[in-house]
Design a protein around this ligand. Sequence first.
Ligand SMILES: Cc1ncc(COP(=O)(O)O)c(C=O)c1O
Length: 383
Amino acid sequence: MSSDDSLPALLGGPPVRPQGPPAWPLPDEDVARALDVAYCSGNWGKYHGGCVEQLEQRLAAYHELSFALTCASGTFAVEIALRALKVGPGDEVILAAYDYPGNFLSIHAVGATPVLVDIDADNWNLRTDCLATGLGTKTRAIIASHLHGGMVPMAEVRTFADTHGLRLVEDAAQSPGAEIQGQKAGTWGDISVLSFGGSKLLTGGRGGALLTRHADLHQRMRLLLHRGNHICPLSELQAAVLLPQLDKLDTRNAHRAGMVVALTESLNGLPGLLPFVNAVPCKPAYYKLGIQFDSNKFGLGRERLVQAMGAEGVALDEGFRALHIGRSPTRLRCGGELLESERAHSGLVVLHHPVLLGTHADVNEIVRAFRKVYANAERLGCA
Ligand SMILES: Cc1ncc(COP(=O)(O)O)c(C=O)c1O
């Protein structure tokens, strides 16, 4: 590297990845073919062309469940799941204090109260031994989300739910095809949820799905989703492009996981950056790779790190806000101390997934970008 190459892109040096982050979705001949078939058959303009039905069957078979229903978004799927589980006004729902904000709002949408519990110190996902701190006489359900490559130990959550007579919604929006404790993500909940939103591993631009093994819940969800006609459907065109992606999910998840192993090993030793660690046996899926960032050790603030990595051509973002921060305490209940959630609020960065379908040259460039920013942290902090 010449001295000029060592200058951060944010300060006028050449970016490590001038090509920038890869676009998503990827060009995909099978998707193009599916669109062509949908056009030629006229299915693209029909209510019922067969693709939605086929996708629902394929999703159920892939998860080895009896039932899958599609809808317009993962966010709405969570609300439908709660309604089907008869969660309503006066009830409480436990979820991690660091979670997708839409889940918090979906609990409000059904008139219930979110109860926030703390997260695991190593992967900043729901911590199972904190579930008890959220338990109260009004507790009716748990929402367990797998976030940023962190996998929630679902066997423990399932046992807790069963022991206390609670219903369980598993949010696998970020982790289709992942495995936890020998079982697929999306199969642990009474109802589990997927998202097909535009940045997701399976993308239809928009969309979601509900998975269950229970015939009564399936029937209730069908009724909630229909008023003579489906009220928030996935279109035939969306289903058509999702089918070929489902075929490739396992291969792509394995590739992404291999890249994460390589990246994690290469980042080892760089102060202030700790990729998530899962304690239970699992095969994570990576919609984002969560990295615990300690700005004191790294010598640079998080916002500046994200800017500097962006300038180097790496899609690094800040994580979600913790759910109790900046919200009125009247809208929630805190189940115990939320110290790790507060750390995650200010200390999480996430690497967006498309680059994880690249090569080891991509991993090396990401690491070079982190090292360059680290080496120039002081100058970047002052500039
Ligand atoms: C964990 C989680 N759950 C649910 C959703 C909602 O999905 P959608 O964008 O399809 O509404 C998201 C979206 O980012 C998510 O990350």
